[in-house]
Design a protein around this ligand. Structure first.
Ligand SMILES: [Mg+2]
Length: 218
């Protein structure tokens, strides 16, 4: 089942396009979250990055680049255009999503899960954050675990992805009530308690887009 579900390149083009639209829509909300426990730039930074992704996307599509090249070039936009920590982290997510699928123009669902795992592993490596540090890892790491446990249970691919979104949201909510041990919010100490980490919030939104666009494939 996971080797027969084929995800075409157009899926990834649609995901990038939908992410850019989502970022514009959620920019003020994400910035508001970041103003509460960070430096108020999360939404704005992602918007700058995804505007650059969108500016370059038509050319990438026209050149008919393979999926990993499309993702790594889009990741470079986020890496190079965005300040703060989130741009480079999300940029690295897309760049490392490319690693498991060299040269591919379509991927299986199992490969897609491996791509997400590869990207999230890089975020964990770069950020050196653990579960409970109140960073995007608290959403992304449980999501990856849910992908693999969902496949182990033999769930249909859509349900595997739904499980990942739910796990990310549970992770996001699990760190609202604690202090941050990484990132800017760490300096706030107890004042970070009761606030949503902006990185966990945007991570949930990213995964929701992966799911929404996947449902459109059926
Ligand atoms: Mg910030």
């Amino acid at each position: 089942m996971y080797d027969t579900a084929i995800i075409p390149k157009s899926y990834f083009v649609n995901v990038l396009t939908a992410l850019a639209a989502m970022v514009e829509e959620q920019k003020d909300y994400l910035t508001k979250l970041d103003s509460e426990i960070g430096d108020s730039d999360h939404g704005v930074n992602l918007s700058i990055g995804f505007r650059d992704v969108m500016a370059k996307l038509p050319d990438l599509v026209e050149k008919d680049l393979d999926i990993p090249t499309l993702l790594s070039k889009s990741g470079m936009s986020l890496l190079s255009k965005v300040g703060g920590a989130s741009g480079p982290l999300y940029g690295s997510l897309f760049r490392k999503m490319a690693i498991p699928v060299p040269g591919k123009n379509e991927v299986t669902f199992a490969e897609f899960c491996a791509m997400i795992k590869s990207g999230v592993d890089e975020i964990k490596r770069l950020g050196k954050a653990q579960i409970g540090d109140k960073t995007m890892v608290d959403a992304l790491s449980p999501a990856v675990d849910a992908l693999y446990s969902g496949m182990e249970q033999g769930l249909p691919p859509v349900e595997v992805l739904e499980g990942a979104v739910k796990a990310a949201e549970a992770g996001r909510d699990s760190v609202i009530g604690i202090v941050a041990k990484k990132g800017r919010a760490m300096r706030l100490g107890e004042r970070a308690i009761g606030h949503i980490d902006p990185g966990t919030a945007s991570s949930c939104m990213f995964l929701q887009i992966f799911l929404d666009e996947f449902k459109k494939l059926a």
